[in-house]
Design a protein around this ligand. Sequence first.
Ligand SMILES: [Ca+2]
Ligand SMILES: [Ca+2]
Ligand SMILES: [Ca+2]
Ligand SMILES: [Ca+2]
Length: 535
Amino acid sequence: MNSQNVELNREISQFSVASFICASTVPMRGSHWTSRTNSEIPMKRALCVSAILAAAMVAPVSFADDHEIPLSAVIQRAPGVGYGAINAALNSYCSDIHYAGTAFGDNIRLMRYELRGNHTQQQVHDAIQGLVTQGMLVFGEADFTAHKVDGQTGSAWVTDLGATTFTYHNQYAFGTHGFDAAHDRSRGAGVVVAVIDSGVDSTHEAVHGPVTAWQWDFVNDNAYPIDGGDGIDNDSDGVIDDGVGHGTYVTSLIRLAAPEARLMHLRVLDDEGSCDSFRLSAAIHSAIDHGADVINVSVSTEFNSSMLADAIVRARAAGIIVVAAMGNDGLPIPSVLEYPAVLPQTIAVCAIDHLGLKGSFSNFGSCTDFSAAGVSFVSPTGQFDLTTSVLGAVPGEGYAHWSGTSLAAAFVSSAAALVRAQYPQWPDASVPASEIPNTVMALLGQTATSIDSANPGFAGLLGTGRINADGAVLLGPPVARLADLDRDGRIDGGDLAMVLSSWGVCGASVDCEADFDGNGYVDGADLAVIMANWG
Ligand SMILES: [Ca+2]
Ligand SMILES: [Ca+2]
Ligand SMILES: [Ca+2]
Ligand SMILES: [Ca+2]
């Protein structure tokens, strides 16, 4: 092993926390499970639910230490209840109550406060539960600060490993999941995929493509979800800005596998890879409100949040396919419960390698719906094997390899987007909104390749198997290309004329179908899409 490889391995070890999965460390008191049950849950997922309930019953039920609980809570008011009345009811326990965030219209708020007198966090929490009992609140829960877990995945945050635009475009996952063949039939045009992550470096060539007008940074509360850091190790874990890059990487995989889907970037992870259940849930509500068809959640928490569960239930009822990573602890369900993947309304994804073998780090269990590529290999000599690695974009320029269920989720979201694009008429009489996720899951499940025999010991715990995008899209009609505005099967002068005729600012009176990148203008960027796809 030469010195360069030694350096490389040190680097890998340094970034071994790169799951960027946020998870709270303190179990919630008692059960705050307020989400509605869904009678449409397939049997496999029903088994998953019972596993969750069993785990919840044995979980510790008290606040371990007041100092570890944030002085904040998430509350959802009942219809007709004013915040003044809620403040008044809590006034004897808390002082300096103020609200630091809203979601779901203004029905859910993040409440910050100080303890009044000798009151404890436990008393505040009990008072909030009293308001739930009285019917003033739909739910109330502590907003635990969440952290990424030290998963077992490795990461290379270096770009001089030989990965290129070519190897990125030709990585194994593209073939093993049939994306290359699937693109003849669907490239995801017309579908919106929300990417809830650490933001995106939109200057990277690999992530260029159509986006929605709505983008949001829930960390900084602005419209610029940039995947960047401040050069400071804010969480003192010895790694500077260890959250940066995850969103750009995940985005590049979705862009590769569903190139014409419009992406909605919602940043929830800060530059150290942390978030909280409020921010994660608020992003899901935001994705619902802004027209997402698919939501990729390569973020998780071990805290069973009512707000998160309700947001997921709402998304599914609205017909949105929510795909979530199972987590990188290498553990079975319910030894570890990463939300929202273990919720019955999400599509939960395990990571496998190029041969279909489960990644050693991948969590697994009967909750799993599908498995997808998420494993990269380093040979015994320390060389990266590009042909057996997942390759994605990193901020700035260039590509890196990575491992993790986050990546597997991105591929499943992409496959779901390709399928969803084939049925723009949904919801309709045959498939109402609430049935869209199940129907897409069934199409993916019907065509997935079982990997049970290749994974002795994990039979039935890796979902239906490895997704097969090509097989799934063959069950539906071809999708018109994004830039084929006149739907004649070619991208040519007719489409060019339509772009030019709607040139300028989009508005109520202007047909903005030609605003491919969703920036509110029909402009040069949209013209470039026509040119890039000519023929
Ligand atoms: Ca750090
Ligand atoms: Ca930082
Ligand atoms: Ca055309
Ligand atoms: Ca545009």
